[in-house]
Structure formats: structure tokens, C-alpha cells
Design a protein around this ligand. Structure first.
Ligand SMILES: [Zn+2]
Length: 143
């Protein structure tokens, strides 16, 4: 039996949502477990596990919707910026998080801690060597 997808149910209208805006290939809804006032999710209408699996057309549609909503969130909430990230592990239908972020709020503290970890972890320091940067460029530039 196929497991139901909460976001496919929202897109098809089987489940209710707080719809912010809909575009041809995407929807923007309020997250029902917000980290901040105005926390939105932008979701492709097609069931896609990870954001990089979207077509170019879907990517353009989704990120343009995300940009429009982010500009409205900035205007309304006067946030420092809108944090944007994508996952797809817990709910296997990709969703872009748009979260108004203020200095020292929980999300800002979380990312500051992550960046502190990134900059301070000894085992990560080798990743910052020039030799490794050259290797990585070679690995990912030409596919
Ligand atoms: Zn789905």
C-alpha cells in the first residue's frame, strides 16, 4: 500500500492548509509548527523528494514564489533577513523553509552554533586547505 504524502494531500485539496499563495507549479503555505511568526513552506506541486530533482521550470517557479513571499515577509515583519533552506528527509516531498529571522532568535542562534562548529571543528579544518579546494573544484565543476 502506498503511503500517503501530507504535501500531496495539501496540493490536491484533500487536506486543509493555510495557503499563502499558489503559482502554476508550486504552493506556499504556513508551516503548522512555526519557528517564527510568518514561517512559510514553499512546495512543488509534483511529488519530488529533494529540491535538486525538480525540473528547471519547477525550480524557477518555486524560487520565484519563494522570493515574492520573502519580500512580503521582510516588509511586514521587518526581520533581519529570511532564512531559506530545504530538506526532504523527514517528509519525502521537498519543501523550502522561509523563516523571518532576527538577531539572537532560536534560528539565528542555531545557525550561529552550526557556523561556530563549522569554523572550529578540527576534523573539518582539512576541508579548508587550498589543495582540497582545488580537488573539490575539479570534482564538481564538470559534473
Ligand atoms: Zn508528495
Amino acid at each position: 500500500m502506498k503511503k500517503r504524502c501530507v504535501f500531496c494531500d495539501i496540493v490536491s485539496g484533500k487536506s486543509p492548509c493555510y495557503l499563502v499563495e499558489e503559482s502554476r507549479l508550486s504552493v506556499c503555505i504556513l508551516d503548522i509548527n512555526p519557528l517564527q511568526r510568518g514561517h512559510c513552506l514553499v512546495i512543488p506541486k509534483r511529488h519530488i523528494k529533494f529540491w535538486y530533482e525538480m525540473s528547471e521550470e519547477e525550480t524557477s517557479d518555486l524560487y520565484n514564489l519563494a522570493r515574492r513571499v520573502s519580500l512580503r515577509l521582510m516588509k511586514k515583519y521587518k526581520a533581519d533577513f529570511i532564512t531559506q533552506y530545504a530538506r526532504g528527509r523527514r517528509i519525502p516531498h521537498t519543501h523550502i523553509f522561509l523563516i523571518p529571522t532576527f538577531s539572537k532568535d532560536p534560528l539565528d542562534r542555531y545557525f550561529n552554533a552550526l557556523e561556530g562548529f563549522q569554523e572550529g571543528a578540527r576534523y573539518l579544518s582539512k576541508l579548508g586547505e587550498k589543495r582540497v579546494f582545488r580537488e573539490v573544484l575539479k570534482e564538481i565543476k564538470d559534473g
